[in-house]
Write a protein that binds this ligand. Sequence first.
Ligand SMILES: [Zn+2]
Length: 574
Amino acid sequence: MTSSLPSSINEFMTWTWDQIRPYADELAARPLTAESVDGWMADWTLLQSLIGEAYNRLEVHTTTDTDDEAGHTRYSAYSEQIMPHARELDNRLKEKLLASGLVPEGMAVPLRRMRAEAEVFRAENMPLRTEIDKLNAEYSKIRGALTIEWDGEELTFPQTVAKLGDPDRAVRERAWRAAVGGALKSREAINAVWSAQLDLREQMARNAGFDNYRAYRWKELARFDYTPEDCASFHNAIEEVVVPVMRRLNERRRESMGLDTLRVWDAFWFISPDPKNRPALKPFESIDELKTHTQQIFDRVDPDLGGYFKIMRDEGLLDLESRKHKASGGYMTEFSFSRRPFIFTNAVGIHDDVQTLLHEGGHAFHYFEASHLPYFQQRELTGIPMEFVEVGSIAKELLGAPYLTRDQGGFYSEVDAGRARAEQLTGSLAFWPYMAVVDAFQHWIYAHPAEAHDPDRCDDAWAGLIQRFLPDFDWTGIEDGMRMYWRLQGHILQDPFYYVEYGMSQLGAVQIWRNALQDQAGAVRDYRRALSLGGTASLPDLFAAAGVKFAFDADTLRGAVELMEATINRLDAE
Ligand SMILES: [Zn+2]
């Protein structure tokens, strides 16, 4: 069949489902045997790659040119006319492969994931899922409507939160009070969404034969290699190892800022103003400079990784500058048929832009390194465990950090590079305790679903965790804002349990960086080997291939945290 599918993505993008259907039907009907399965997988991959790339290209266009009506229309048409058929086909072929009992080479791990998805799937849960989607949309709407009056201007919630990095303490305090004050007005509305979601999730778990939602969700998220108990031990390790380090760093911050007590607007979760009140870093003026210096950093980490970035520059796979008629945010996406990644950011000349490009660059290299694998389930990032996907990107930030200075091809003077690195490492350390709050809160919720229907009990549980993991803050007079804040951590409502992955990835990435301090070439070789496995290996095997441990006990964490604190201390002293 492959010979008659278009060989150009541009031609395929004009195809209707009626044109695609014969290929879909043929795949669904073709007998599967040990002899035929490889060819069948290759043909499925080809069709899926064409559909996936067409969809992603149309979607990308809606973000790079938000004003192009025709582009939006093409995207909506594709979403409505092609994608539902494509998803349905994907399901049918998945079931067919599972039913065959065949395991093509390198597919044992992807098949385990597919089998878990099939095991939790219940047709009777489909309408419940639709209900949850509606509640998620309702929540997004409530969040989107949270606008804040600011000097005659109307700010969005994220714009207000961004002011928590302002050098002026009065501005930061005002931003916190305005943001949380606005959100407090939506407390009842979010409570209603929350309560309904909780019921639906419990019901879905029961329908699928599970005692509780956590056990159901564990399987749905394909968490084969760690248990809820491992998460609890990770929380304990964070309390034992990270909280005391944060106490020292927070105390230094308080002194350096000349404050009596540290308030949440002096170090908001993991976003913080500069403790020495210096003006913001200015790494570059033009996008060309951003590309050139980033290229030089990647080249120094590894010439092949630099080569990938060069391909992205040469082939127009980077859209980096902030401009009118462009969507907000940043992402990396995949063009599966062309086997190329694409990076989108909104760079304006601040350090965060550098950090974001190093991060998304890590995701892009992951895609390049895995793109040799034959089947889409093995090489696409969606097939790779999220606990490892972010290792690829966070490690890239850490591996690139030593080259931020101008004499290494980077952006900064020695002093500014030190400041940028200290800020990054402090933010990473501060992330773990906040992550523990978010994760432990959800473990409490789904272990106590009846109590969790009472929003006051949720507030109590959240406040207890804030005291346990973030004990350095003075909440006098703003207790209400602190207690209600879990409603503003969207993952809790929209993506249950999905958060600890970042903390696990970060621990893997710091271990890679630690290896690189001993032997950069060796550490990068292991890192690349792990990336090149794509989704064909289990989590512990991916971590092992990268030369690091998949473990979340206090000793493993301590090894990472001691290096981070020592590095921060050295950089601060310089
Ligand atoms: Zn990422």
